[in-house]
Design a protein around this ligand. Structure first.
Ligand code: ADP
Ligand code: MG
Length: 252
């Protein structure tokens, strides 16, 4: 059965595309067939994160009726599939975003995971990603505006009867200026299922058009991404036996 997971947030720039990109690697490593879709149609970045920014046909061409679905599915060397959106402002002309539903329906049964990289907030575009998802990952940074904004998104997800899996807190720096995990859980009323630290390697990985799990697999951020991937498939995470892993575990 295909699981359609929406990676959503209230605020922009919290790390949704980063998470989709990393989970694509991690779930593939775990033996799953993964299709990552850029449903952020106005400011798409998934292609940039994964090296599919110069493609002949994009999701926008499909939504305009100028391309068949198979023409906009790209195969990443790592083994997962990516449906990137077009980067040009002209790509927005003449598209019918309701056709996104045809896309997810067409992929059902053909892949294990459809990861939807969403637009932020609760506009039409972001709400469409919520509607297309069965399960939701709420992504936030540990600050009050970002957390208040996912609270709203969580409410809308509930009203649409979606299965909210929990909260992923990204860019934690532990310098004492942040909301704690329990404060976030008390506010949002969903469990925090992953805590990903601020890590400059995440940005270095982006510059190299890859994900931190690939670029720097031993970094704490990469380990947390893998932990989350294991959680999503209900598999035990056994990392933590070696010296470096123990040291990193201590820092957590
Ligand atoms: P969104 O998709 O929510 O708008 P992105 O995934 O594009 O956010 O991330 C925004 C920026 O933050 C990118 O430059 C990304 O490299 C950076 N970033 C994301 N997560 C981290 C992290 N854990 N540590 C450092 N930089 C991060
Ligand atoms: Mg993004």
């Amino acid at each position: 059965m295909t699981r359609v997971i929406g990676i959503v947030s209230g605020k922009g720039g919290v790390g949704k595309t980063t998470l989709v990109s990393n989970l694509s690697y991690v779930l593939t490593e775990l033996g799953k067939d993964v299709t990552a879709v850029d449903t952020n149609l106005t400011t798409p970045h998934l292609g940039l994160h994964l090296g599919f920014h110069m493609v002949p046909k994009s999701l926008h061409d499909f939504l305009r009726g100028d391309a068949k679905l198979h023409e906009v599915v790209y195969y990443h060397p790592y083994g997962f599939k990516v449906i990137p959106a077009g980067l040009s402002v002209n790509d927005l002309i003449g598209i019918n975003s309701d056709k996104l539903q045809d896309l997810t329906v067409n992929l059902l049964g053909k892949t294990d995971f459809i990861l939807l990289d969403s637009a932020p907030s609760l506009g039409r575009e972001a709400t469409l990603s919520l509607k297309l998802s069965d399960e939701i990952l709420l992504l936030t940074n540990p600050n009050i505006p970002a957390v208040l904004d996912i609270l709203k998104v969580a409410k809308v997800a509930e009203s649409l009867n979606k299965n909210v899996l929990g909260v992923v807190v990204n860019r934690i720096n532990r310098k004492g200026n942040e909301l704690s995990t329990s404060e976030i859980e008390d506010t949002v009323k969903y469990p925090v299922i992953a805590e990903i630290p601020e890590d400059i390697n995440v940005q270095k990985a982006l510059a190299a058009r890859t994900a931190i799990v690939d670029y720097n697999p031993k970094s704490v951020a990469a380990v947390e991404m893998r932990r989350l991937g294991h959680y999503l498939v209900g598999r035990e995470f056994t990392y933590g036996q070696g010296f470096w892993e123990k040291l990193f575990g201590w820092f957590r």
